[in-house]
Unconditional design. Structure first.
Ligand SMILES: NC(=O)c1ccc[n+]([C@@H]2O[C@H](COP(=O)([O-])OP(=O)(O)OC[C@H]3O[C@@H](n4cnc5c(N)ncnc54)[C@H](OP(=O)(O)O)[C@@H]3O)[C@@H](O)[C@H]2O)c1
Length: 278
């Protein structure tokens, strides 16, 4: 499997796993079958995936707790990337709170839940319009200085916010929504490529109308004997060497299908067709 080195010292396979979907409906509360969620997590590791993305807000707390219950003590080389900076007030509700004192509390709680002394990749979940971005990142820099965070990432940022973040801390990854049908973060992806930062696209499986029967994704998927989701992942991996997709699922079958998607190799003509269609 193709790899990328985050922050100069964390080598990960480029296809990761998003652990948001192993919670209840609306990313609220426990999943209906916690044992199955733990089996999915163990299968992630068996399949040689070694980047797991989570957040304190998934559940909240549920996703991080399940990861620790399923995988601790962690295998060598497993990178758990978590995030802080959102609150949960109910299913589907995600108010922002990236005050420095709050981020420090979030990180301490994630360390406890994940049973770690240091988090390999800690991401600011989203800039908080009520808090200067520099203040939020200053808190993460303090945590890094204290040895509680190895590397810092940002999420849901514009290119201008990424520039401001890089002036305060060494940003090593950016996590933004990006997929075949939503390329609004193209400028942020290009900034990551120039700076050698990992780009973690969330909602990577989206294909929207492109996957309609007879549509370009549907046709190419059939030609490659793949599903539209596998094609979406193959396209992301081909799009940039800094791309680190983290498809999420609560199903072992879907996990296996997604991991198999990285074997599909798209040629220049396939990529041009997809670019033209999108
Ligand atoms: N930074 C942020 O603000 C942010 C926001 C959203 C997500 N994320 C991260 O990004 C990760 C991925 O994002 P996402 O969950 O929104 O999008 P996604 O991974 O593109 O899609 C997940 C959805 O697709 C389904 N699915 C997965 N594999 C499938 C397959 N092979 N066949 C059919 N359906 C399949 C899942 O349902 P099943 O469980 O039924 O498979 C789930 O409903 C999350 O886990 C999280 O770590 C970050």
């Amino acid at each position: 499997m193709d790899t990328f080195t985050i922050g100069g010292d964390l080598e990960v396979r480029r296809l990761g796993f998003g652990a948001m979907r192993i919670t209840g409906k609306g990313i609220w509360g426990p999943p209906h079958d916690p044992e199955e969620a733990k089996r999915v997590l163990r299968r992630v590791v068996e399949l040689d995936v070694n980047l797991i993305d989570t957040a304190d807000s998934y559940g909240p707390e549920v996703s991080e707790n399940l990861i620790a219950e399923a995988l601790y003590p962690y295998p060598d080389g497993l990178v758990i990337a978590t995030k802080g900076g959102l609150r949960r007030t109910g299913p589907g509700e995600w108010p922002r709170d990236a005050r420095p004192e709050r981020l420090k509390e979030c990180c301490e709680a994630s360390l406890r839940r994940l049973r770690l002394e240091r988090i390999d990749l800690y991401q600011l979940h989203s800039p908080d319009p009520k808090v200067p971005l520099e203040d939020s990142l200053g808190a993460l820099r303090d945590l890094q200085d204290e040895g509680k965070i190895r590397h810092i990432g940002v999420s849901n940022v514009s290119a201008e916010q990424l520039d401001r973040a890089q002036a305060v801390v060494d940003v090593v990854t950016v996590q933004n929504r990006y997929n075949l049908v939503d390329r609004s973060s193209e400028d942020v992806l290009e900034a990551c490529e120039r700076a050698g930062l990992g780009f973690i696209p969330w909602f990577p499986l989206a294909t929207g109308d492109l996957a309609r029967p007879g549509g370009p994704v549907d046709e190419l998927a059939s030609a490659h004997e793949a599903t539209p989701g596998q094609l979406a992942l193959a396209w992301l991996l081909a799009r940039s060497p800094v791309m680190l997709p983290i498809p999420g699922t609560a199903s072992i079958d879907h996990l296996e299908e997604n991991v198999a998607g990285q074997r599909i190799s798209l040629d220049g003509e396939d990529l041009e067709r997809l670019a033209a269609a999108a």
